[in-house]
Design a protein around this ligand. Structure first.
Ligand code: MG
Length: 338
Protein backbone atom coordinates (compact mmCIF):
# COMPACT_ATOMS: atom_id res chain seq x y z
CA UNK A 1 0.00 0.00 0.00
CA UNK A 2 1.26 3.46 -0.94
CA UNK A 3 0.25 6.33 1.34
CA UNK A 4 0.48 10.07 0.83
CA UNK A 5 -0.91 13.19 2.50
CA UNK A 6 -2.31 16.54 1.44
CA UNK A 7 -3.93 19.67 2.87
CA UNK A 8 -7.19 21.33 1.80
CA UNK A 9 -8.18 24.86 2.84
CA UNK A 10 -11.94 25.18 3.38
CA UNK A 11 -13.66 28.59 3.24
CA UNK A 12 -16.62 29.24 5.50
CA UNK A 13 -19.67 30.80 3.80
CA UNK A 14 -20.02 33.07 6.84
CA UNK A 15 -17.70 33.86 9.75
CA UNK A 16 -18.12 31.09 12.33
CA UNK A 17 -17.94 32.11 15.99
CA UNK A 18 -18.06 29.94 19.12
CA UNK A 19 -17.24 30.73 22.77
CA UNK A 20 -13.50 30.19 22.08
CA UNK A 21 -13.14 32.42 18.98
CA UNK A 22 -13.96 33.10 15.30
CA UNK A 23 -12.78 31.70 11.98
CA UNK A 24 -13.28 32.24 8.22
CA UNK A 25 -11.21 29.29 6.95
CA UNK A 26 -10.22 25.85 8.23
CA UNK A 27 -7.51 23.47 7.07
CA UNK A 28 -8.07 19.74 6.86
CA UNK A 29 -5.58 16.96 6.13
CA UNK A 30 -6.12 14.10 3.70
CA UNK A 31 -4.60 10.63 3.60
CA UNK A 32 -4.62 8.75 0.28
CA UNK A 33 -3.84 5.03 0.19
CA UNK A 34 -3.30 3.38 -3.19
CA UNK A 35 -3.65 -0.42 -3.44
CA UNK A 36 -4.98 -2.95 -5.94
CA UNK A 37 -5.89 -0.33 -8.55
CA UNK A 38 -7.99 1.75 -6.10
CA UNK A 39 -7.36 4.86 -4.02
CA UNK A 40 -8.88 5.17 -0.54
CA UNK A 41 -9.19 8.66 0.92
CA UNK A 42 -9.76 9.88 4.46
CA UNK A 43 -9.80 13.26 6.15
CA UNK A 44 -8.73 14.61 9.53
CA UNK A 45 -9.68 18.02 10.94
CA UNK A 46 -7.07 19.32 13.42
CA UNK A 47 -8.43 21.42 16.32
CA UNK A 48 -5.98 23.37 18.46
CA UNK A 49 -8.29 22.87 21.49
CA UNK A 50 -6.91 19.31 21.42
CA UNK A 51 -3.32 20.25 20.66
CA UNK A 52 -3.66 19.08 17.05
CA UNK A 53 -2.01 20.71 14.01
CA UNK A 54 -1.89 20.22 10.26
CA UNK A 55 1.85 19.60 10.49
CA UNK A 56 1.56 16.89 13.15
CA UNK A 57 -1.28 15.20 11.27
CA UNK A 58 0.69 15.15 8.01
CA UNK A 59 3.74 13.81 9.77
CA UNK A 60 1.63 11.00 11.26
CA UNK A 61 0.26 10.10 7.83
CA UNK A 62 3.64 10.23 6.11
CA UNK A 63 5.08 7.86 8.74
CA UNK A 64 2.08 5.50 8.67
CA UNK A 65 3.20 3.48 5.65
CA UNK A 66 5.10 0.80 7.53
CA UNK A 67 2.15 0.24 9.93
CA UNK A 68 -0.21 -0.67 7.08
CA UNK A 69 1.25 -4.07 6.17
CA UNK A 70 -0.04 -5.76 3.02
CA UNK A 71 -3.65 -6.58 4.00
CA UNK A 72 -6.01 -3.54 4.05
CA UNK A 73 -8.80 -5.75 5.43
CA UNK A 74 -6.87 -6.22 8.70
CA UNK A 75 -8.45 -3.01 10.00
CA UNK A 76 -8.25 -3.82 13.72
CA UNK A 77 -4.59 -4.86 13.59
CA UNK A 78 -3.60 -1.84 11.50
CA UNK A 79 -5.47 0.49 13.83
CA UNK A 80 -3.69 -1.06 16.82
CA UNK A 81 -0.31 -0.52 15.19
CA UNK A 82 -1.19 3.09 14.30
CA UNK A 83 -2.47 3.97 17.77
CA UNK A 84 0.40 2.35 19.62
CA UNK A 85 2.74 4.96 18.09
CA UNK A 86 0.92 7.88 19.74
CA UNK A 87 0.95 11.23 17.95
CA UNK A 88 -1.77 12.98 16.00
CA UNK A 89 -5.28 11.56 16.52
CA UNK A 90 -6.61 13.32 13.42
CA UNK A 91 -3.71 11.91 11.38
CA UNK A 92 -4.77 8.46 12.61
CA UNK A 93 -8.38 9.32 11.71
CA UNK A 94 -7.44 10.25 8.14
CA UNK A 95 -5.54 6.96 7.66
CA UNK A 96 -8.21 4.80 9.30
CA UNK A 97 -11.00 6.40 7.23
CA UNK A 98 -8.92 6.04 4.05
CA UNK A 99 -8.60 2.31 4.79
CA UNK A 100 -12.38 1.96 5.15
CA UNK A 101 -12.80 3.80 1.83
CA UNK A 102 -10.23 1.53 0.21
CA UNK A 103 -11.73 -1.71 1.55
CA UNK A 104 -15.18 -0.66 0.31
CA UNK A 105 -13.79 0.04 -3.15
CA UNK A 106 -11.92 -3.28 -3.23
CA UNK A 107 -15.16 -5.23 -2.60
CA UNK A 108 -17.49 -2.77 -4.38
CA UNK A 109 -19.66 -1.98 -1.32
CA UNK A 110 -20.41 1.18 0.66
CA UNK A 111 -18.77 1.29 4.08
CA UNK A 112 -22.13 1.54 5.89
CA UNK A 113 -23.09 -1.80 4.33
CA UNK A 114 -19.82 -3.43 5.32
CA UNK A 115 -20.49 -2.24 8.89
CA UNK A 116 -23.89 -3.94 8.75
CA UNK A 117 -25.67 -0.60 9.08
CA UNK A 118 -28.39 1.42 7.35
CA UNK A 119 -27.97 4.33 4.98
CA UNK A 120 -30.81 6.31 6.55
CA UNK A 121 -29.60 8.81 9.16
CA UNK A 122 -31.47 10.98 11.69
CA UNK A 123 -31.99 14.62 10.61
CA UNK A 124 -28.86 16.68 11.07
CA UNK A 125 -28.81 19.90 13.00
CA UNK A 126 -27.58 23.04 11.30
CA UNK A 127 -25.28 25.15 13.45
CA UNK A 128 -25.97 28.79 14.24
CA UNK A 129 -22.69 30.38 15.38
CA UNK A 130 -22.50 33.20 17.90
CA UNK A 131 -23.82 36.41 16.35
CA UNK A 132 -25.84 39.49 17.28
CA UNK A 133 -29.49 38.98 18.23
CA UNK A 134 -30.62 40.16 14.76
CA UNK A 135 -27.88 38.16 13.02
CA UNK A 136 -28.87 35.03 14.96
CA UNK A 137 -32.53 35.41 13.99
CA UNK A 138 -31.54 35.94 10.37
CA UNK A 139 -29.36 32.81 10.31
CA UNK A 140 -32.14 30.76 11.92
CA UNK A 141 -34.75 32.02 9.46
CA UNK A 142 -32.54 31.15 6.50
CA UNK A 143 -31.78 27.69 7.92
CA UNK A 144 -35.48 26.95 8.45
CA UNK A 145 -36.27 28.13 4.91
CA UNK A 146 -33.49 25.90 3.57
CA UNK A 147 -35.29 22.86 5.03
CA UNK A 148 -33.15 22.02 8.06
CA UNK A 149 -35.14 20.28 10.77
CA UNK A 150 -32.95 20.86 13.83
CA UNK A 151 -30.83 23.84 14.85
CA UNK A 152 -27.77 23.78 17.06
CA UNK A 153 -27.09 27.15 18.63
CA UNK A 154 -23.63 28.16 19.82
CA UNK A 155 -23.91 29.91 23.19
CA UNK A 156 -21.47 31.13 25.82
CA UNK A 157 -21.31 34.65 24.40
CA UNK A 158 -23.36 37.74 25.19
CA UNK A 159 -27.17 37.67 25.21
CA UNK A 160 -27.57 33.86 25.10
CA UNK A 161 -31.22 33.92 26.18
CA UNK A 162 -32.15 36.85 23.93
CA UNK A 163 -30.61 35.05 20.96
CA UNK A 164 -32.62 31.89 21.67
CA UNK A 165 -35.82 33.90 22.03
CA UNK A 166 -35.07 35.62 18.72
CA UNK A 167 -34.76 32.20 17.07
CA UNK A 168 -38.04 31.08 18.61
CA UNK A 169 -39.70 34.17 17.15
CA UNK A 170 -38.80 33.06 13.60
CA UNK A 171 -39.07 29.24 13.74
CA UNK A 172 -40.25 26.35 15.90
CA UNK A 173 -37.48 23.84 15.06
CA UNK A 174 -36.11 21.72 17.93
CA UNK A 175 -33.02 23.41 19.35
CA UNK A 176 -29.77 22.05 20.69
CA UNK A 177 -27.42 24.40 22.52
CA UNK A 178 -23.63 24.22 22.85
CA UNK A 179 -21.78 26.55 25.24
CA UNK A 180 -18.33 25.13 24.38
CA UNK A 181 -17.27 25.15 28.07
CA UNK A 182 -18.38 28.80 28.35
CA UNK A 183 -20.82 28.81 31.31
CA UNK A 184 -20.59 28.83 35.08
CA UNK A 185 -23.02 26.74 37.15
CA UNK A 186 -24.82 29.91 38.24
CA UNK A 187 -25.31 31.04 34.64
CA UNK A 188 -26.56 27.61 33.61
CA UNK A 189 -28.98 27.35 36.54
CA UNK A 190 -30.39 30.78 35.71
CA UNK A 191 -30.93 29.84 32.07
CA UNK A 192 -32.27 26.34 32.61
CA UNK A 193 -35.99 27.11 33.15
CA UNK A 194 -36.00 29.22 29.97
CA UNK A 195 -34.25 26.44 28.04
CA UNK A 196 -37.00 24.02 29.13
CA UNK A 197 -39.62 26.54 28.02
CA UNK A 198 -37.95 26.97 24.63
CA UNK A 199 -38.01 23.18 24.02
CA UNK A 200 -34.25 22.81 23.99
CA UNK A 201 -33.61 19.10 23.42
CA UNK A 202 -30.01 18.90 24.63
CA UNK A 203 -27.27 20.95 26.28
CA UNK A 204 -23.76 20.32 25.02
CA UNK A 205 -20.62 20.91 27.12
CA UNK A 206 -21.89 23.78 29.31
CA UNK A 207 -18.80 23.76 31.55
CA UNK A 208 -15.04 23.26 31.16
CA UNK A 209 -14.21 19.59 30.62
CA UNK A 210 -12.43 19.23 33.97
CA UNK A 211 -15.34 20.67 36.01
CA UNK A 212 -17.31 17.50 36.53
CA UNK A 213 -18.91 18.67 39.76
CA UNK A 214 -20.52 21.51 37.82
CA UNK A 215 -22.17 18.93 35.56
CA UNK A 216 -23.37 16.96 38.61
CA UNK A 217 -24.84 20.11 40.13
CA UNK A 218 -26.77 21.06 37.01
CA UNK A 219 -27.86 17.47 36.45
CA UNK A 220 -29.29 17.39 39.98
CA UNK A 221 -31.83 20.02 38.89
CA UNK A 222 -33.36 17.25 36.73
CA UNK A 223 -34.67 19.52 33.99
CA UNK A 224 -35.19 16.57 31.65
CA UNK A 225 -32.76 18.06 29.12
CA UNK A 226 -29.78 15.71 28.64
CA UNK A 227 -26.30 17.13 29.34
CA UNK A 228 -23.95 15.93 26.62
CA UNK A 229 -20.16 15.88 26.90
CA UNK A 230 -18.09 16.94 23.89
CA UNK A 231 -14.73 18.46 24.85
CA UNK A 232 -14.54 16.06 27.84
CA UNK A 233 -14.99 12.80 25.90
CA UNK A 234 -12.52 11.64 23.26
CA UNK A 235 -12.10 7.87 23.18
CA UNK A 236 -13.56 4.65 24.57
CA UNK A 237 -11.72 5.02 27.86
CA UNK A 238 -13.62 8.28 28.59
CA UNK A 239 -17.13 6.90 28.19
CA UNK A 240 -17.58 5.21 31.59
CA UNK A 241 -16.44 8.41 33.34
CA UNK A 242 -19.04 10.44 31.46
CA UNK A 243 -21.78 8.18 32.85
CA UNK A 244 -20.76 9.42 36.32
CA UNK A 245 -21.50 13.09 35.64
CA UNK A 246 -23.55 13.59 32.46
CA UNK A 247 -26.24 12.02 30.27
CA UNK A 248 -24.57 11.57 26.90
CA UNK A 249 -21.53 11.80 24.66
CA UNK A 250 -20.87 13.76 21.50
CA UNK A 251 -18.63 11.61 19.29
CA UNK A 252 -16.45 13.16 16.60
CA UNK A 253 -13.97 11.40 14.36
CA UNK A 254 -11.47 14.19 15.12
CA UNK A 255 -11.43 12.91 18.71
CA UNK A 256 -11.95 9.17 18.29
CA UNK A 257 -9.24 8.81 15.65
CA UNK A 258 -11.44 6.76 13.35
CA UNK A 259 -14.67 4.92 12.59
CA UNK A 260 -13.98 1.75 14.59
CA UNK A 261 -13.31 3.54 17.89
CA UNK A 262 -16.47 5.63 17.41
CA UNK A 263 -18.58 2.49 16.93
CA UNK A 264 -17.03 0.93 20.06
CA UNK A 265 -17.97 4.09 21.97
CA UNK A 266 -21.57 3.92 20.76
CA UNK A 267 -21.99 0.41 22.14
CA UNK A 268 -20.28 1.31 25.42
CA UNK A 269 -22.58 4.34 25.71
CA UNK A 270 -25.64 2.15 25.21
CA UNK A 271 -24.48 -0.23 27.93
CA UNK A 272 -24.16 2.74 30.30
CA UNK A 273 -27.52 4.28 29.39
CA UNK A 274 -26.01 7.36 27.72
CA UNK A 275 -27.55 9.16 24.76
CA UNK A 276 -25.31 9.37 21.71
CA UNK A 277 -24.74 12.46 19.61
CA UNK A 278 -22.59 12.41 16.50
CA UNK A 279 -20.80 15.68 15.74
CA UNK A 280 -18.14 17.02 13.44
CA UNK A 281 -15.66 19.80 12.84
CA UNK A 282 -15.61 22.17 9.87
CA UNK A 283 -14.86 19.42 7.33
CA UNK A 284 -15.34 18.61 3.67
CA UNK A 285 -17.91 16.01 2.71
CA UNK A 286 -15.10 13.44 2.77
CA UNK A 287 -14.84 13.75 6.56
CA UNK A 288 -18.59 14.13 7.02
CA UNK A 289 -19.36 11.06 4.92
CA UNK A 290 -16.99 8.98 7.07
CA UNK A 291 -19.02 9.92 10.16
CA UNK A 292 -22.27 9.43 8.25
CA UNK A 293 -21.44 5.75 7.69
CA UNK A 294 -22.45 4.93 11.30
CA UNK A 295 -24.85 7.84 11.94
CA UNK A 296 -27.83 5.45 11.86
CA UNK A 297 -26.70 4.20 15.30
CA UNK A 298 -26.93 7.64 16.92
CA UNK A 299 -29.75 9.58 18.64
CA UNK A 300 -28.69 13.10 17.66
CA UNK A 301 -26.83 13.86 14.46
CA UNK A 302 -24.90 17.09 13.94
CA UNK A 303 -23.11 16.53 10.65
CA UNK A 304 -23.16 19.93 9.01
CA UNK A 305 -19.47 20.85 8.68
CA UNK A 306 -19.56 20.55 4.89
CA UNK A 307 -22.75 22.64 4.76
CA UNK A 308 -20.97 25.60 6.35
CA UNK A 309 -18.29 25.88 3.62
CA UNK A 310 -18.49 27.40 0.14
CA UNK A 311 -15.84 25.27 -1.59
CA UNK A 312 -16.41 21.61 -0.70
CA UNK A 313 -13.63 19.80 -2.61
CA UNK A 314 -15.67 16.56 -2.82
CA UNK A 315 -19.00 15.41 -4.19
CA UNK A 316 -21.22 12.41 -3.51
CA UNK A 317 -23.01 13.36 -0.30
CA UNK A 318 -26.42 15.00 -0.63
CA UNK A 319 -29.06 16.46 1.66
CA UNK A 320 -32.73 15.51 1.59
CA UNK A 321 -35.46 16.61 3.98
CA UNK A 322 -32.84 17.79 6.48
CA UNK A 323 -30.93 14.47 6.48
CA UNK A 324 -27.57 13.81 4.93
CA UNK A 325 -28.00 11.11 2.30
CA UNK A 326 -25.16 8.62 2.06
CA UNK A 327 -23.99 7.56 -1.37
CA UNK A 328 -24.59 4.04 -2.69
CA UNK A 329 -21.11 4.13 -4.19
CA UNK A 330 -18.35 1.91 -2.73
CA UNK A 331 -16.38 2.99 0.31
CA UNK A 332 -17.15 6.38 1.82
CA UNK A 333 -18.96 7.27 -1.40
CA UNK A 334 -17.43 10.68 -2.09
CA UNK A 335 -14.75 11.61 -4.60
CA UNK A 336 -12.73 14.80 -5.28
CA UNK A 337 -14.51 17.11 -7.71
CA UNK A 338 -13.10 16.95 -11.21
MG1 MG B 1 -19.51 20.95 20.83
Amino acid sequence: MEISSGVRVLTLTETFTIARGSTDTEEVVWAEIAHGGHVGRGEGAPDDRYGESVEAAREFIERAGDALGDDPFALEAIEHRLRSRGGSVVGCCAVECALHDLVGKLVGQPTWRLLGLADRTPPTSYTIGIDSIEGTADRARRAAEAGYRRLKVKLGGAADLERLEAIRAVCDLPLRVDANEGWTVAEARDLLPALVGLNVELIEQPFPAAERDAFRELRAVASGIPLVVDEGCHTLRDVADVAGYADGVNLKLAKTGGIREAVRMIHASRALGLVVMLGCMIESSLGISAAGQFASLCDFVDLDGHLLISDDPCEGLTLEDGRIVLSQRPGLGVEPRA
